[in-house]
Design a protein around this ligand. Structure first.
Ligand code: ZN
Length: 201
C-alpha cells in the first residue's frame, strides 16, 4: 500500500509504494498534496492504491526516479503486503525494464507499423527506441491520447500503454469518497469517548 511521507528538509510530501518488488517514489504537485490532505491522509499513513493511481492519472503524482535509502525501503516493502483491492500491477511501468521513472509515451515505427510503448529515460536513449513522438505521461489526457493514436495510426499498444489507457478511463471518485468517509468516521470515534467533554463539537 502506498504510504505518505514528509520530507525532512522541507514542507512537502512524497509517496512510497512497492511495485514488482521495487520501492518507488512518487512526488506530488501542490494540488496532489491538497487532495490527500482534504481526504484526511497525513504523513506516516498508508492509503489505498486507487488514490495514488488517481493522482498519477491526473498528473498530480509523478515519478522522477530513485531517491531513497535502503532502510526506508525495507520497511515499505513489509507494509505493502497488506491487502489492497487494486493490484500493484495497475501502475504503469517501462515496457522494457519495468522502471516507473519519468515515463514517456513513445511512438516508434512508420506508416502502418507504429507501435506505442511507455519507456523510461534509459530505454528511450537506446538506438532501437528512437521515437518520432515522445510525450511525458503526466501531460497526457484521455482525449489527447486518443487523438495521438488516431493521428499516428498506432497499430500496436504495449502492455503498459494499455495499462495507462485503463487508468485514464478509470473512475476513482468513489474511492476518494470512501476514504474521506472512513477517515472522518475514525476521527469521530476518536473523539466520542468523552475526553473532549464540554466542548461543543
Ligand atoms: Zn526502461
Amino acid at each position: 500500500m502506498p504510504r505518505l511521507h514528509k520530507y525532512v528538509s522541507r514542507d512537502a510530501h512524497y509517496v512510497l509504494t512497492s511495485i514488482d518488488g521495487q520501492v518507488n517514489t512518487y512526488q506530488l504537485t501542490p494540488a496532489g498534496e491538497g487532495k490527500l490532505a482534504a481526504a484526511g491522509i497525513v504523513a506516516g499513513q498508508n492509503f489505498e492504491r486507487a488514490i495514488l493511481l488517481d493522482l498519477y492519472r491526473t498528473g498530480d503524482a509523478f515519478a522522477r526516479g530513485g531517491e531513497f535509502a535502503e532502510a526506508v525501503l525495507a520497511n515499505q516493502l513489509e507494509m505493502d503486503f497488506a491487502h489492497d483491492p487494486h493490484p500493484e500491477s495497475a501502475f504503469p511501468t517501462c515496457d522494457d525494464c519495468r522502471s516507473v521513472a519519468d515515463l514517456h509515451l513513445t511512438l516508434i515505427g512508420r506508416a502502418t507499423e507504429v507501435a506505442a510503448r511507455l519507456l523510461c529515460p534509459g530505454c528511450r536513449a537506446t538506438p532501437a527506441n528512437i521515437a518520432d513522438t515522445s510525450v511525458p505521461v503526466s501531460l497526457l489526457t484521455r482525449p489527447l491520447l486518443s487523438r495521438l493514436f488516431e493521428l499516428k495510426s498506432v497499430g500496436a499498444k504495449a502492455d503498459n500503454v494499455l495499462r495507462y489507457e485503463a487508468l485514464l478511463d478509470a473512475a476513482f471518485a468513489l474511492r476518494w469518497d470512501a476514504v474521506r468517509k472512513q477517515r472522518s468516521k475514525s476521527q469521530a470515534a476518536l473523539f466520542s469517548d468523552g475526553e473532549l467533554g464540554g466542548l461543543d463539537l
